[in-house]
Design a protein around this ligand. Structure first.
Ligand SMILES: *[C@@H]1O[C@H](CO)[C@@H](O)[C@H](O)[C@H]1NC(C)=O
Ligand SMILES: *[C@@H]1O[C@H](CO)[C@@H](O)[C@H](O)[C@H]1NC(C)=O
Length: 436
């Protein structure tokens, strides 16, 4: 009898060990096992960090699971390197504290230095930005400087973010910095039109970035690019509301890395302030941006569908007489069609010091949504024209600079917030650069 019991116990222990072994192999680390509660009010920051640390220490592929339900998260800094590939399966809704004073750094959740990273599952990261959008007491307490970015991806290599939503971020929704080979697929960004500085996806100092089949409606830029963005493809993205797709603003900081190889293809912008845009500061530091291609773009009710603005000056606090020293070259706009709300639907304002080189405009068909006729305004550029352009592009050049001053004043005002955004993230990323 005793011997039998012993054998029975022994077998039970073995089977429990086997089960544990199987679990370790599958490498699933649910935040529930680490104390998280799907009650929408218990802070899961410790549970998430512990689950991540365990996954990160696993030598085989490991999965962090945030199951269905709603979770409160005060913040998380998830730092690699990890021993094996890491997957985040996010099925639930993760919510930030609404109180802006709860944040001391410009981040809510960051993923740092992880190789072979995946995030998927249909989950939602809700930044609860409503209070932040009011900017109440901003000057006094100065919290606006470090309003948190919803999701930061810093120094990731081989990453895939799929089927995930970022909602109502207090500042940018997503910031990509120092990444190599990172793809966003079926990503969603949603925030109100009146949410300041809430860029959808901001990319800087990264190479091999793809944003595919993504839907972005927010208060600021849809996708924006800082210095050092290289080899980027934005395809099948719909934008609106917001400020459109924007390269720059460039030239505000010394020694910015070149922007090179950006393709924006098959995108639709609806009710946005701008369509596709490249902007650099006047009186800027030297810089280079080349190989930027915009093709098969549909605009609907967009204020300014095509803009190159080398006199970008929100708040009108620049020396507009001094030219930009950012050299722009190898730019194409092809198959851009739809409706604009402002007459100056096409503005190509280049630097007198470094006129834009090798600019091509292909088939363009932009009509005014209301009465009147769309037109183009050009300075310091002699584009190569292929196919048909309506309105005519860069014909007649009288009063071009008058028009351009007015034009950039207008667009500057319109996007003052995105100017702030560029500055803020630029600073954030330069400090990051030092630490890398
Ligand atoms: C890029 O990352 C993906 C994972 O998202 C991976 O499958 C692919 O092999 C990587 N490509 C290269 C060239 O390393
Ligand atoms: C622009 O394109 C030309 C021809 O394709 C190439 O030779 C040149 O290096 C490119 N310029 C830059 C700055 O990349």
């Amino acid at each position: 009898m005793a011997a039998q019991l012993n054998i029975f116990l022994g077998m039970s222990i073995i089977s429990v060990l086997l089960m544990l072994e199987v679990e370790a192999q599958a490498g699933s680390f649910s935040v529930l096992k680490y104390g998280a509660k799907a009650d929408g009010k218990t802070d899961m920051s410790k549970a998430l960090l512990d689950a991540f640390k365990a996954a990160c220490a696993s030598s085989s592929a490991a999965k962090v699971l945030i199951p269905k339900g709603s979770f409160l998260l005060s913040g998380a800094k998830l730092e690699g390197p990890c021993k094996g590939p890491i997957e985040f399966l996010v099925e639930g809704t993760v919510m930030a504290p609404p109180d802006v004073k709860a944040f001391k750094e410009p981040l809510w959740i960051s993923f740092n230095k992880i190789t072979n990273f995946k995030m998927s599952g249909g989950g939602i990261f809700d930044g609860k930005g409503a209070q932040a959008y009011k900017r109440e007491g901003c000057v006094k307490t100065d919290y606006c400087k470090h309003l948190p970015i919803n999701l930061r991806f810093d120094f990731l290599t081989n990453a895939m973010i799929q089927d995930i939503t970022s909602k109502d971020a207090k500042q940018f929704h997503v910031n990509v910095l120092g990444c190599k080979n990172i793809t966003f697929d079926k990503f969603t960004v949603t925030a109100p039109k009146e949410s300041p500085n809430t860029d959808g996806i901001h990319i800087g100092r990264s190479t091999g970035v793809k944003v595919l089949n993504t839907k972005i409606g927010t208060g600021d830029d849809c996708v924006s690019f800082g210095d050092g963005s290289e080899n980027v493809l934005i395809k099948g993205v719909t934008c609106g509301p917001g400020h459109g797709i924007s390269i720059g603003s460039l030239g505000l900081y010394q020694k910015e890395d070149p922007v090179k190889g950006i393709t924006i293809s098959g995108c639709t912008l609806t009710n946005t302030k701008n369509g596709v845009r490249i902007k650099t500061w006047p009186n800027s530091y030297p810089g280079v941006a080349s190989d930027m291609h915009f093709e098969d773009i549909t605009v609907r009710n967009v204020d300014y569908p095509i803009i190159v603005d080398q006199k970008y000056c929100p708040w009108n606090r620049c020396n507009l007489k001094a030219e930009s020293k950012v050299k722009l070259s190898n730019i194409s706009f092809k198959n851009i069609r739809g409706t604009a709300t402002q007459e100056e639907a096409i503005k190509i304002i280049c630097s007198a010091t470094y006129p834009c080189q090798n600019v091509e405009l292909g088939n363009i068909d932009i009509k005014l949504a209301g009465k009147g006729t769309a037109k183009s305004v050009c300075t310091n550029v002699k584009p190569k024209l292929t196919g048909k352009q309506s309105p005519p592009v860069c014909t007649g050049s009288s009063k071009a600079s008058d028009a351009s001053d007015k034009a950039s004043g207008g667009s500057g005002k319109a996007s003052a917030e995105s100017g702030k955004a560029g500055g803020g993230s630029g600073k954030a990323s330069s400090s990051k650069k030092k630490s890398s």
